[in-house]
Design a protein around this ligand. Structure first.
Ligand SMILES: Cc1cc2nc3c(=O)[nH]c(=O)nc-3n(C[C@H](O)[C@H](O)[C@H](O)COP(=O)(O)O)c2cc1C
Length: 214
């Protein structure tokens, strides 16, 4: 089956891309609105790319292609947001935060999520999140009239005690238990994992030579 993207409408492109590019991590983003309301909403057009500077990206679609979502508006106005990572215990509350509540409604309040002060920024993190990244707006690009691409610089991270080995910065995935997004309403666990040791070219050549009996 082959597709020419120029022949697909926006919905078909969305369905295809979000069905194939999986699993996607979920950012439950907290921001502060004009009236001081704490907003929280999930975003799975989300990832990190690069460490120097340390950056994360969010893709925010406008409602009906015209109306900015609260998250995008708040980030544009304040330049600050917190990415709360989502584990199994937080999944149902995350989904409640995806309801299109009006800006004056605080999703953490509705979802019964306690807030904790951030270290560097005004928007709080969610106390129940296993990890949170404090981000300052690096750049915001408006794309195609209906989308905002937010790039944030991570200025601080909070990780729940017991998840991370501080010396080696190794995470304990048995305890972290993040969930990923498949397409639509489908999610996945990260309970099963496997390792593949990455080799250098020299190692690969040595293994090849040993394998071929040379
Ligand atoms: C798991 C999940 C991931 C989502 N990812 C995105 C996304 O990447 N971009 C987007 O525009 N909306 C996304 N949404 C929808 C928003 O969360 C939803 O429109 C929400 O009401 C926006 O809230 P806000 O106006 O408070 O920012 C997602 C929803 C769910 C449940």
């Amino acid at each position: 089956m082959d597709f020419a993207f120029a022949e697909l409408d926006a919905t078909q492109r969305y369905k295809l891309l979000t069905a194939l590019v999986v699993p996607r991590p979920i950012a439950l983003v907290t921001t502060i609105g004009a009236e001081g309301v704490v907003n929280a909403a999930p975003y799975s057009f989300f990832n990190t790319f690069g460490q120097d500077p340390p950056l994360v990206v969010l893709g925010i679609e406008r409602r009906e292609r015209t109306v900015s979502k609260d998250t995008g508006r708040n980030i544009d106005a304040t330049g600050e947001f917190v990415v709360n990572l989502v584990d199994e215990d937080l999944a149902a509350a995350m989904n409640l935060c995806a309801v299109d509540f009006p800006p004056e409604v605080s999703e953490p309040e509705i979802a019964g999520l306690a807030l904790a002060a951030s270290r560097f920024l005004r928007p709080p993190r969610l106390a129940a999140a296993p990890a949170a990244l404090e981000c300052r707006l690096f750049t915001l690009m408006r794309i195609g009239g209906s989308r905002e691409l937010v790039i944030g610089e991570v200025v601080g991270a909070h990780v729940r005690d017991g998840l991370l080995d501080r010396e080696r910065l190794r995470i304990d995935y048995e305890r972290y238990r993040p969930v990923g997004r498949l397409c639509g309403d489908l999610y996945c666990f990260t309970r099963e994992r496997f390792a593949l040791r990455r080799r250098s070219y020299a190692e690969w050549r040595a293994e090849e030579a040993a394998g071929s009996g040379a």
